[in-house]
Design a protein around this ligand. Structure first.
Ligand SMILES: [Fe+2]
Ligand SMILES: [Fe+2]
Length: 166
């Protein structure tokens, strides 16, 4: 059985992962609007991944005999600024999520810790990937050709993930 406090904390993380998906979807809309189809495709794959993260919590709570409780999702911003600012916001958000999962880990029982191990590894990967994009965008500055190239390059991930059904 799931401890009620732990169940509440897992439901809270489910909500945060759902918000992550919603936030990234808002970034997709922003990129589409700003004329960066590649960055939009990359971020769309990211939004879908976050939905899968939420579903991992959904299934885990059920598997442990807990009760899933879906909460209201905050409204994400409409606009995010330059591509660099968007990815900086994404990196900041990922760091927040990492701290949230680390805090959850502290109050988790052994089985939940085993479940959370995957997320801790995933967060290292996500912070690294988004951090690298932030670095590249910083180097690109406001060079149109560099941004165009990066848009094409990152767009390839969106397409590859869509083909893989991920
Ligand atoms: Fe996530
Ligand atoms: Fe994430």
């Amino acid at each position: 059985m799931l401890d009620p406090d732990l169940e509440a904390a897992l439901n809270e993380q489910l909500t945060k992962e759902t918000f992550s998906s919603y936030l990234y979807l808002a970034m997709v809309a922003h990129f589409e609007h700003e004329g960066y189809p590649g960055l939009a495709a990359w971020m769309r794959a990211q939004a879908e991944e976050e939905h899968q993260h939420a579903m991992r919590f959904f299934d885990f709570i059920n598997d442990r005999g807990g009760r899933v409780k879906l909460a209201a999702i905050d409204e994400p911003p409409l606009a995010f600024g330059t591509p660099l600012e968007v990815f900086q916001a994404s990196l900041e958000h990922e760091r927040l999520i990492t701290r949230s999962i680390e805090a959850l880990y502290e109050q988790a029982d052994r089985s939940t810790q085993a479940f959370l191990d995957w997320f801790l590894t995933e967060q290292v990967e996500e912070e690294k990937t988004v951090g690298q994009i932030v670095d590249t965008l910083r180097l690109a500055g406001d060079s149109g050709p560099s941004l165009l190239l990066l848009d094409r390059e990152l767009g390839a991930r969106g397409a590859a993930d869509a083909d893989a059904g991920a």
